[in-house]
Design a protein around this ligand. Structure first.
Ligand SMILES: C[S@@+](CC[C@H](N)C(=O)[O-])C[C@H]1O[C@@H](n2cnc3c(N)ncnc32)[C@H](O)[C@@H]1O
Length: 266
């Protein structure tokens, strides 16, 4: 009898062990999936911006029973072969909002893919300003030794400054684009003060530039207008750190599934 009791106990323990291992495996799989979904957001960064869906930032992104409403349809261009890393979902949010934006400004032109899509989707009388460095002007870059990982971000900014011919060049929307060449810390934004419906910050990702571009963009954007930032993610330390700090005093949000952050100016 005693031998039988011992065998039963062993069986129960074995079953418990198998169930525990199964549960641990499931928890690990779920944890890894969730981490991938959050695209590397540190789980313990209490200052990370709150996440929202596009429909939480503007009514054009309303969903109906079939999905996203047609108020958010837009002309798009794939990202294959493009130097900039703006994804289709990211560029879609900007392009759809451009449809109702008369004055738009972009920090960082690169190939001009986003510039083109902003101009292509904007009304006929829209004005799209965009600033970039070029091989001729990149020596005006104001590196700041106190920026985290300064040398790396200076190099990246310079590597992305090789374009002088853009996606919009020679197209019917070229007339809407006002191309500015030069360093954004030197850019005088005062003629644009309070005029922009939509501002997109995607120039140098060094902390001091994100700060300077942001301060200008907020001054340039009208009440009720939107300021967007690209590359809100931990590897882009200047954008990540600055926006997490600014998010303590302004209602900046992170758009779920993207590296876009957004502020409605009020
Ligand atoms: C990430 S790319 C922009 C990508 C573009 N917005 C798009 O979506 O296709 C960075 C751009 O910022 C520009 N840039 C970098 N540092 C700058 C600076 N100090 N002043 C002005 N433009 C700068 C680069 O010349 C490059 O055009």
């Amino acid at each position: 009898l005693r031998e039988k009791q011992v065998t039963n106990l062993e069986t129960v323990l074995l079953v418990l062990l198998i169930v525990s291992l199964g549960l641990a495996g499931w928890a690990l799989k779920y944890g890894l999936k969730e981490r991938r979904r959050r695209k590397g957001r540190p789980l313990l960064d209490g200052r990370a911006l709150p996440e929202v869906n596009p429909q939480d930032i503007d009514e054009i992104f309303t969903e109906n029973e079939t999905g996203t409403a047609l108020t958010a349809e837009a002309v798009l261009l794939g990202e294959q072969g493009s130097q900039a890393s703006t994804t289709l979902d990211e560029v879609w949010v900007l392009a759809a909002l451009a449809k109702k934006s008369r004055t738009i400004f972009e920090f960082g032109t690169c190939t001009g893919r986003t510039t083109y899509l902003l101009a292509r989707n904007a009304p006929d009388d829209a004005r799209v300003g965009t600033i970039t460095l070029t091989p001729d002007t990149m020596d005006t870059y104001h590196a700041d030794d106190s920026d985290p990982d300064n040398a790396r971000w200076t190099q990246i900014a310079k590597d992305e400054s090789k374009f002088t011919n853009f996606h919009y060049s020679g197209t019917p929307v070229e007339g809407k684009v006002e191309q500015i060449f030069g360093d954004s810390k030197e850019f005088d934004e005062t003629p644009w003060t309070g005029t922009c419906d939509l501002t997109f910050i995607d120039g140098s990702h060094a902390y001091s530039y994100v700060k300077s571009d942001t301060e200008k963009a907020i001054r340039m954007t009208k009440n009720g207008g939107l300021v967007f930032w690209h590359d809100y993610s931990p590897p882009c330390v200047g954008v990540w750190k600055y926006l997490n700090e600014l998010g303590q005093s302004l209602p900046i949000k992170h758009i779920k599934g993207t590296r876009l952050a957004v502020l409605r100016v009020s």
